[in-house]
Design a protein around this ligand. Sequence first.
Ligand SMILES: *Cc1c(COP(=O)(O)O)cnc(C)c1O
Length: 404
Amino acid sequence: MEQPISVTRSNFNDWMVPVFAPANFIPVRGEGSRIWDQENKEYIDFAGGIAVNALGHAHPVAVNALTEQAKKLWHVGNGYTNEPVLRLAKQLTENTFSDKVFFCNSGAEANEAALKLARKVGLDSGVSGKSGIVAFNNAFHGRTLFTVSAGGQPKYSQDFAPLPNGISHVAYNDLEAAKAVINEQTCAVIVEPVQGEGGVIPADIEFLKGLRALCDQFGALLIFDEVQTGVGRTGALYAYMNYGVTPDVLTTAKALGGGFPVGAMLTTDKFAPHFSVGTHGTTYGGNPLASAVAGAVFEFINTPEVLEGVKHRHQYFLDALNTLNAEYQVFDEIRGQGLLIGCVLKAEYAGKAKDITTWAGEEGLLALIAGPNVVRFTPSLIIPEQDIDEGIARLKRALAKLAK
Ligand SMILES: *Cc1c(COP(=O)(O)O)cnc(C)c1O
């Protein structure tokens, strides 16, 4: 057999469009919550592929679903439906508020579908100019032009003007500010139950309840972007279940495929028919391979044992992080839900989150940031306690470099 082409980290700079600045090592293999790089150095994975690898790496449930389906049928296109996608739709609708699902390949596409559906529902309402979208500062909804415009970080959208218009942004967790901009012309409010990229900031329950009431009052769709919080991440199947506030539309991706690209927009029988044949579409969405993997991952996670395990691990993480922080005094606050955890740096360490994750990498730990001042952890939902212990020990060595 021919040798594979030899590649190094520096080739990234040679051949890749420079939108990312990856770490200076290349992971080549993973098992559970451990990863190995080209030099066979081992890392504990507290990043989970950015809240994606919900079952860790190479979990037999996902591997079996993928390989079994790979032998049968990969893709047929949406001129035909397929068994795995119908099974997955049944799982999602039976276990959530939803009645209908639109499948796609990513979080951005799920949100794009949600926002387009809201615009269509607004149009069909007959209320003139019912196209306004209310979103929140620091929100993240993806990188398409519509979703980056709905996102609340102008640095990601301003270079691409002219942007889709009719989108207003107000402060997150500020119900009065939302009240001031939601009216008869509003077709949707889009919100993350826990802002992920924006700094791991959970919504207040009164805020979400208030948005629900305002959407009901003005006939606007309440869209929960659960791309990061969904599929067990917060210890509930979906975060809306923690809050007892039910959206009209929910978007899910990341953990849904456990590492295989898949996304979905969930909605009800009331709104789904506003998308009729031809109004929206995708080539790969609902493809048998992705659906088979997602079905297996979803079934595995949606059990009391796994979801309780996430809550247990949340506390285990918090205890360990608080103990570390008592020694090093680097974090002002440790927050989040389930295994979506953010550690907010004290003012004197402002801007150092990226340095911490770089040092963590040197010590053999994969970790994330959520903005310049928050270190974020989104590990596998079934990470073993001994891997948490070992990861915390490595984090400790990284924090020691900071404290110096
Ligand atoms: C990651 C993320 C997205 C975008 O998902 P992609 O799969 O990268 O398109 C959207 N919303 C939230 C809340 C996310 O965390």
